[in-house]
Design a protein around this ligand. Structure first.
Ligand code: ADP
Ligand code: MG
Length: 585
């Protein structure tokens, strides 16, 4: 009988592996740049034509390879990065599987030029279908150049599977950005169809972000930093008020590896709960560092998902780190028709918020003063309001004109300069009511109101146990429990401003946060109560009482006393600065 089992040739094996590793031109760019980084290059040049379908070349000034290594680097399982099982537990290079070059060489025509510092002469190798076709010695600077031509020439089905140049180029750009951000100290030059599209010098993280995404980020990113025993976090958040309606620049890295994590994205998004709307996407550039032993190391080269040992804690720490950073900066929206997003922030007002905010007002503080930081954009500088502690005492508000029931314009005088603003009165009222309620609850000044009738809330057994354990938090805020029964709780008092009909919702919210082990539990619970109180407080004639200029003026002053004066609790601006030079552009 004829044998039916074949032993596959290396080339076929590599082509099968290539199916996993090399999906499209962008995958080759990723592997080649990562190899250059692993080779300690300080400068990397990328050249592509036709979205990488005809040529991808990556040239680096890294350590290079000697002749022997150059000859075997295209074989499967050849790597200089690990030797034994132990090494797998402690990987600090991007690659380690030794399959990228083998895969690439099985689906394209490759030219390698490489030289080490030690060698006087370099090596040239041409390989096709995993076979060395040509080899010679050549004169070369230390480093490596790999050209990949005619991708998938030998696998027509996969070649046909590639998308249009436009789409493939988009993937390449994404990959390039992901690597260029984290490797900010490496200089990159990117040449597409004969044109240089990026020429990035070695720099720091913030400047690299600006090199890639434009100067507007100079003013608009908030630094974040946190060190705990589980994870260290650093990076930048896009200013929340500039969040986009489309998924924008979202970059998270773990141990310098780009990852995609809806879970961690969610942590960042919820940290901005009060500031951005549900349909907006925050911008972020975040770097997490964890012990490699707490990470599933066997990450597939092409997969960007990771698994943490303690993902719940990392979620919580990330969320509170972002919150802290947002709380430390205050933003002021202004109209700008030149950007795709509707609101542009000229600068944030650097107003440190004390950990435990109080309502006391410092009466003898001085007014606005002009920015003296190294800003070079004159327009921005003109409009920068730097506020410190209490500034409203000397704040000059002039020329209030009602537009209609809901909107008014007014001038603020700062340094003899007049800034025209427009206010949304309802949002301002809500913001003020919300912050008042928040502080009352936070400082336990909100007296509990005794209910005329006990309010009975049904709760399942597991939730009841949880609730019992944390009833002190409820009590501090004004929820007094008369008794726990087998199936629920009897409530006898609730915070002033909350309605009995709100209790069910509020307890559900509280329980959900408890189950998620939310470290901001108390704070979020207070916020939720403050939101309820604000909306309960709403009445139809609030706005008609606001037509008098004196009353409006005191509303504006009160608003400017808020911690987040310029953004409504719905995430939209309360006050917008009108900048004529932008309007008439
Ligand atoms: P891995 O990166 O997983 O080790 P690769 O197939 O990507 O596997 O590369 C195989 C080996 O070839 C690497 O381990 C490295 O020793 C060498 N190599 C690849 N690219 C370069 C480069 N640009 N500079 C120096 N050595 C390189
Ligand atoms: Mg590699």
């Amino acid at each position: 009988m004829k044998n039916t089992i074949n032993i596959l040739s290396d080339n076929v094996i590599n082509q099968i592996a290539a199916g996993e590793v090399i999906k499209r031109p962008a995958s080759i760019i990723k592997e080649l740049i990562e190899n250059a980084i692993d080779a300690k290059a300080s400068s990397i040049q990328i050249i592509i034509t036709n979205a990488g379908k005809t040529l991808i070349q990556v040239i680096d000034n890294g350590i290079g390879m000697n002749e022997h290594d150059a000859k075997i680097c295209f074989q499967k399982h050849t790597t200089s990065k690990i030797k034994n099982t132990q090494d797998i537990m402690n990987i600090n290079t991007m690659g380690f599987r030794g399959e990228a070059l083998a895969s690439i060489a099985s689906v394209s025509s490759v030219e390698l030029k490489t030289k080490t510092q030690k060698d006087a002469i370099g090596t040239y190798i041409n390989i096709e279908n995993s076979e060395i076709k040509k080899q010679k010695k050549i004169a070369l600077n230390t480093g490596t150049s790999i050209s990949v031509k005619n991708l998938f020439f030998n696998i027509p089905a996969r070649k046909n599977f590639l998308k249009s140049d436009k789409i493939e180029f988009k993937h390449i750009l994404e990959t390039f950005m992901q690597l260029a951000i984290v490797n900010y100290s490496v200089s990159f030059q990117f040449n597409n169809n004969g044109k240089i599209i990026y020429n990035l010098s070695s720099t720091n993280l913030k400047k690299r972000i600006i090199q890639l995404f434009g100067k507007r980020y100079n003013e608009k990113i908030l630094p974040i930093e946190e060190k705990t025993s589980i994870v260290s976090i650093k990076g930048f958040l896009g200013n929340p008020i500039d969040a986009k309606k489309t998924r924008g620049e979202q970059f998270i890295y773990v141990n310098n590896r780009f990852i995609k994590s809806t879970y961690l994205n969610h942590a960042i998004k919820t940290s901005m709960d009060n500031i951005i709307t549900k349909d907006q996407y925050p911008t972020f550039f975040i770097f997490l560092t964890v012990a490699s032993s707490s990470l599933d190391v066997n990450i597939h080269p092409n997969k960007t998902e990771v698994k943490f040992e303690d993902d719940q804690s990392i979620y919580q720490i990330l969320k509170s780190t972002c919150k802290k950073s947002i709380g430390m900066y205050n933003v002021r929206p202004s109209l700008d028709f030149t950007t795709e997003s509707s609101f542009e922030i000229p600068a944030y007002i650097q107003k440190k918020i004390p950990r435990e905010p109080t309502l006391t007002i410092n009466k003898d503080f001085n007014p606005f003063f002009k920015s003296n930081t190294e800003k070079n954009d004159t327009h921005t500088q003109k409009n920068t309001l730097f506020l410190e502690e209490d500034y409203t005492q000397n704040l000059i508000i002039k020329d209030i004109i009602n537009i209609d029931l809901n909107y008014a314009v007014f001038n603020i005088i700062v340094n003899h300069q007049s800034l025209l603003n427009i206010i949304d009165k309802q949002r301002a009222l809500n913001r003020i009511a919300y912050e008042e309620a928040y502080h009352m609850l936070r400082n336990q000044k909100n007296t509990a109101q005794i209910l005329t009738e006990l309010e009975y809330i049904n709760i399942n057994a597991t939730d009841l146990t949880l609730l019992k354990e944390h009833k002190n938090i409820l009590q501090k805020i004004g929820y007094h429990i008369n008794k726990f029964t087998d199936r629920g709780v009897e409530i006898k008092a609730i915070p002033v401003g909350v309605r009995p009909s709100d209790i069910k919702d509020i307890l559900d919210f509280f329980l959900e946060k408890l189950k998620n082990k939310d470290i901001d539990l108390t704070s979020e619970f207070i916020q939720q109560n403050a939101r309820k109180i604000t909306f309960n407080n709403y009445s139809n004639d609030q706005l008609s009482n606001l037509l008098s200029k004196d009353i409006l003026k005191s509303l504006i002053l009160k608003l400017f006393h808020c911690e987040t004066p310029f953004i409504g609790i719905d995430g939209h601006p309360c006050v917008i600065e009108l900048e004529p030079h932008k309007l008439f552009k």
